[in-house]
Design a protein around this ligand. Structure first.
Ligand SMILES: [Zn+2]
Length: 349
């Protein structure tokens, strides 16, 4: 499959990629006095990993994570015109103290706008979820910079996302019209997932399941109906569990999950066409977005194939490959704006 640059036709958009500003790791070294608890771990001559509070395993940076040209070449080979890029979920920084967390977030968000935003990439802002007021402030600042979506983890500094202290953050995100890409963690799930590749196979979906079930049952999504939440990996097990969620609502006296359903979108990273057909049947073709999880090894090696092979029809294909992402991420609006970068990241030059 050969890619082509974005022309007059609708761009094929991968809503689930990962990319880190090329200069981020080197900037951290210069920012030690602002980020004393963030450390670049070297492997030989290479800047190969990042140590920060809360990481029980320090994993090396995978090939391509800090290289936009690597991603572009892969996109060209796979027929993808544009990619929505999130930072690495290992590096959300929620376990940093408040001041460092705020600094880290601003640094990442500024560098992403400076180094990643282009015709082909649309970065997602991060938030310092360990601090409610700082998160609200950063959401507003990110919106001013030109971001139209953020990415968050499935829990924050030991708090679940339905924690009452985070309700104002949900209100702020919905009020600003910022989409939310919720990405599960490699590190958040229990020790039973250690080894055998289980963190990526069942650990991450489990992380998503817990977070979404809590947001639905607690009524956070019902109270904030403007929330736009994109779930990774096809929403984990949530689509298949929906009947069980409804049954639980009936017997446990919690909010009906259907009261929050309007807030949920899903990606296509489920690897099997029949699984994708199930997602589309359950949630609608207007709720599913192409994803890849590039550049991680578990990525879908042929992201467009699952969409083609699911035999969903031309209209649904166009929605999943392009239209839904354009709308969710306000793709054209973001690209039309020049980012108004403040001098935050220059403080550490
Ligand atoms: Zn991912």
């Amino acid at each position: 499959m050969t890619g082509s640059p974005i022309a007059n036709r609708s761009p094929v958009i991968d809503a689930h990629g990962h990319l880190v500003p090329p200069s981020l790791l080197s900037r951290i070294g210069a920012a030690r006095r602002f980020l004393p608890d963030v450390e670049v771990v070297r492997h030989g001559d290479r800047l190969s990993a990042l140590s920060m509070p809360g990481l029980d395993v320090i994993r090396p940076v995978v090939e391509g994570l800090t290289d936009p040209s690597f991603a572009e070449q892969w996109m060209n080979e796979h027929g993808i015109d544009g990619q929505v890029v999130a930072t690495w979920a290992d590096w959300f920084g929620y376990e940093l103290g408040a001041a460092q967390g705020a600094y880290w977030t601003r640094l990442v968000n500024d560098l992403q706008m400076e180094e990643l935003r282009s015709k082909r990439f649309l970065p997602l802002a991060i938030l310092p979820l360990q601090d409610t007021a700082a998160s609200i402030a950063e959401a507003a600042r990110a919106h001013d910079l030109g971001y139209r979506a953020v990415t968050i983890g499935c829990s924050a500094a030991g708090d679940e996302l339905d924690n009452v202290r985070l309700e104002p953050v949900w209100e702020a995100l919905a009020g600003l019209g910022l989409g939310v890409v919720m990405h599960p963690s490699y590190h958040a799930t229990d020790q039973r997932t250690s080894g055998l590749g289980l963190p990526n196979t069942v650990g991450r979906p489990h992380d998503t399941d817990i977070a979404v079930a809590r947001l639905l049952f607690s009524g956070v999504l019902k109270r904030n109906p403007g929330t736009k939440l994109l779930l990774m990996h096809g929403g984990g097990s949530i689509p298949l569990l929906w009947g069980r969620l409804q049954r639980n609502a009936a017997i446990a006296g919690v909010e009906d999950p259907d009261s929050g359903r309007q807030s949920l979108w899903l990606d296509t990273v489920v690897y099997r066409p029949d699984a994708l057909r199930f997602l589309v049947n359950e949630f609608g073709s207007d709720r599913v977005l192409l994803g890849s999880d590039h550049p991680f090894p578990i990525r879908d090696p042929e992201p467009l194939a699952i969409v083609k092979n699911a035999n969903l029809g031309q209209r649904a294909e166009a929605q999943i490959l392009s239209t839904n992402a354009q709308e969710f991420f306000q793709w054209h609006d973001v690209r039309a704006r020049e980012p108004q970068l403040p001098a935050t990241h220059k403080e550490i030059a």
